[in-house]
Write a protein that binds this ligand. Structure first.
Ligand SMILES: [Cu+2]
Length: 68
């Protein structure tokens, strides 16, 4: 199990977090996505076959790119 906090500057409200949860949740291997709209951060937990690269590319596709 891998866990990562990601800073997502484009998050403006709880709906943004819900969108990210829905989209990342469709990646096979992603088990948990939590988000804090105030901090503009998400926490993702995953196992193979999901990868951090896949998670980051999906965030970019839905216009919520990670800052780091
Ligand atoms: Cu929003």
């Amino acid at each position: 199990m891998e866990t990562k906090n990601l800073s997502i500057p484009n998050i403006t409200c709880g709906h943004c977090v819900m969108t990210i949860q829905r989209e990342l949740g469709e990646i096979h291997g992603v088990s948990k996505v939590e988000g804090d709209p105030m901090a503009k951060e998400i926490t993702v937990e995953w196992d193979a076959p999901a990868t951090l690269e896949k998670i980051k590319s999906t965030l970019k596709e839905i216009n919520y790119p990670a800052a780091d």
